[in-house]
Ligand binder design. Structure first.
Ligand code: GRG
Length: 365
C-alpha cells in the first residue's frame, strides 16, 4: 500500500510556543475592529469563534477577555425565529453553527442569559430528525452522521436529550458502521473516516451505547492512521494532517485505546506544525497556520498528556538520560502543566463539562 507522508527534521520546532499561540489567537478574539469580522471567513465564523475561545481556554489564558460580551451579542444576531443559529448574521441556520454557538454559551456559562430561546432551539433540532433516525444539517436536507452528532451533543448540552428520538438516532449511527474495519462513514455504506468515527463514537458515548461496536477492530484501524513521521491521517493512503490528532486520538480515548499510539513520535509531529514567527499551528510542517488546526493541535496535546494517557511521563527512559529524552520529558511536563484537560466527546475543557450533569460512557481495554 502507498504511504504518503512528510519528513520531520531537527530544523522543525521542537518546543511548545505557548505565549505565541495566545498572541496569535487574541488577534481573532475581538469581534469588533479587524479580528473575527475580517480574519474569519463569514460562512464559518461561529465555529471560528468556538475554535478560538476553546483554544484560549485550554491554555488557561485570559479567556473572558476574548470579548465575551461582543461574542454573546454576535451570537444573538445569528439566532433565527425557528430557533436555529447561523454562522454569521444574515446567513441561514445550520446544525453545525447551532452546536458551535451552544458550545460557546456553555463555556461562558451563558445558556440562561437570554441569548437563545432554549425551547425554540430544541424544536429546531427536533425538526431536523428524519423518520429513519438520521438528522439533516438544515432545511436543504443533506444527511450525514456529523449532523447526528451535532444534534445529539447539542441536545445533551441543553439538557434536553429526551426531546429527540435517541434510540432511532443511534440505530442510524450504527447503520454507518463498517463491519470490515470497525469504522464509520458519513452515511450507510460510506468509507470509514476518522472525523466521522469521532462523531459516531460521540453519539454512542452520550447515549451509553458503545457496547455495540467492535472496539479492538476499530482501535487497530485507528492506530494504523499513524505514519512514520508520527503524524496521523484520516483514512488509508492520505497525507498526515494535524487535525487528526483530535479526530483519531479523541476516538481512541473514548474506546480506551489511546495508548496504542506512539505518543512521543506524535508529539514531534505536532510540535513541528507550529509557526515560530506568528504562533498558531498548521495542517503539516511549513504550511499556513489557522485557528482550526491550532485548537485541534492543542486539544491533541491535552489528550496525550492528561488522564487518558496510559504511559506515565516518568516511564520515559527512567534509566537512560540522553539529551533528547530529557528534552522530551521536559516538553511533556510543560504540556501537562500548561494545557488543561479536554473532554474527548465535546472538545471543550473538562472543567466546563464537569459543571453539567451530562453522563458519558467510555470503554476500557
Ligand atoms: C465539536 C469538534 C467538534 C466537531 C463538530 C463538524 C464536526 C462535529 C465534525 C467534523 C468531522 C470531520 C473532520 C469529518 C471529515 C469529513 C470528511 C469526509 C473529510 C474528508 O476530507 P478530505 O478528503 O480529507 O479533504 P482527507 O484528510 O481524508 O484527505
Amino acid at each position: 500500500m502507498l504511504t504518503r507522508d512528510v519528513e520531520i527534521t531537527a530544523k522543525h520546532v521542537q518546543h511548545l510556543l505557548l505565549s505565541k499561540h495566545v498572541q496569535y489567537l487574541q488577534k481573532y478574539a475581538v469581534v469588533s475592529n479587524e479580528s473575527y469580522e475580517q480574519l474569519m471567513v463569514e460562512y464559518l465564523r461561529m465555529s471560528g469563534i468556538y475554535w478560538t475561545t476553546t483554544a484560549l481556554q485550554l491554555m488557561d489564558s485570559d479567556f473572558d477577555s476574548a470579548g465575551r460580551q461582543d461574542i454573546l451579542s454576535m451570537i444573538k444576531t445569528c439566532v433565527h425565529p425557528n430557533g436555529g443559529i447561523s454562522a454569521a448574521k444574515g446567513h441561514d441556520p445550520h446544525l453545525l453553527y447551532t452546536m458551535s454557538a451552544i458550545q460557546i454559551l456553555v463555556s461562558y456559562d451563558a445558556l440562561n442569559d437570554n441569548i437563545i430561546d432554549i425551547d425554540k432551539t430544541v424544536s429546531y433540532i427536533v425538526s431536523l430528525q428524519k423518520t429513519d433516525g438520521s438528522f439533516m444539517g438544515d432545511s436543504w436536507g443533506e444527511v450525514d452522521v456529523r449532523f447526528s452528532f451535532c444534534a445529539i451533543a447539542s441536545a445533551a448540552l441543553l439538557n434536553r436529550l429526551n426531546a429527540i428520538d435517541l434510540d432511532k438516532a443511534i440505530d442510524f449511527v450504527m447503520q454507518c458502521n463498517n463491519t470490515i474495519d470497525g469504522g464509520f462513514g458519513s452515511r450507510p455504506g460510506s468509507e470509514s473516516h476518522a472525523g466521522l468515527i469521532y462523531c459516531s463514537l460521540g453519539c454512542l458515548s452520550i447515549a451509553g451505547e458503545l457496547h455495540r461496536i467492535d472496539a479492538d477492530l476499530l482501535g487497530w484501524w485507528l492506530a494504523e492512521r499513524q505514519l512514520p513521521s508520527g503524524g496521523l491521517n484520516g483514512r488509508p493512503e492520505k497525507l498526515p494532517d494535524l487535525c487528526y490528532s483530535w479526530w483519531v486520538l479523541s476516538s481512541m480515548a473514548i474506546i480506551g485505546r489511546l495508548h496504542w499510539i506512539d505518543k512521543h513520535k506524535l508529539l514531534r509531529f505536532i510540535l513541528a506544525t507550529q509557526d515560530d514567527e506568528t504562533g498558531g499551528f498548521s495542517d503539516r510542517p511549513g504550511n499556513m497556520v489557522d485557528p482550526f488546526h491550532t485548537v485541534f493541535g492543542l486539544a491533541g496535546l491535552s489528550l496525550l498528556s492528561h488522564k487518558y494517557s496510559c504511559e506515565p511521563i516518568e516511564a520515559l527512559s527512567e534509566n537512560s538520560d540522553t539529551n533528547s529524552d530529557s528534552d522530551l520529558r521536559a516538553q511533556w511536563k510543560v504540556i501537562s502543566d500548561k494545557i488543561k484537560p479536554i473532554n474527548p466527546v465535546f472538545c471543550m475543557t473538562q472543567s466546563v463539562i464537569d459543571k453539567t450533569n451530562i453522563k458519558l460512557q467510555y470503554l476500557s481495554l
